[in-house]
Design a protein around this ligand. Sequence first.
Ligand code: URA
Length: 214
Amino acid sequence: MATTLDPPRNCKLCPRLVAYRLSSRHDNPDWHNAPVPSFGPVTAKLLIVGLAPGLKGANRTGRPFTGDYAGDLLYSTLIKFGFARGVFDARPDDGLTLIDAQITNAVRCVPPENKPTPAEIRTCRPYLEKTIDSLKGLHAIVALGRIAHDAVIKSFGETLSAHPFAHGATHELDGPMLFDSYHCSRYNTNTGVLTNAMFEAVFASVRAYIDRNA
Ligand code: URA
């Protein structure tokens, strides 16, 4: 189990990610270039789990999904369903606040080509477990994509065969309900794998679930 909610800035657990971070720090010394901490209050009823920071997005700005294309759809959807307030301006100081929601990533450091290895996902999982444990009022989790889904399922000690990933599926866990969505990446939205309507339908279900149960 990790002893802190967020990895330290100089986390050395994944050599490949450390090297990538250091090379990015060399090229762009004014960027965040460190593990990206979760964003949102500890009173969150909803936890959104992404994949990993994007190089020029969260790795640059230090806030999950901030500066990434994926964040435009995520934050506008959160505002629409009452999980965020303010104006999302892709900067950590844009004043946007999350309401009853927290955002984290399955892997906290930017991976080359957005692809963490199975070992990196496993190594970072204790931080996800610790984050989940810290949210005492948690009712729902949204997993953005299969990697996030698998990390959440394993965090609860469940098996992937009992809980296969599928967009729109729900999984009853020990405590919260897990809602699966395709990741809101540029690739998925450009190819039509994920439409705005499909994404909003997931958050409409989450909103209704939380309002019924919270
Ligand atoms: N930015 C993040 O922080 N996480 C993702 O999964 C994608 C973009």
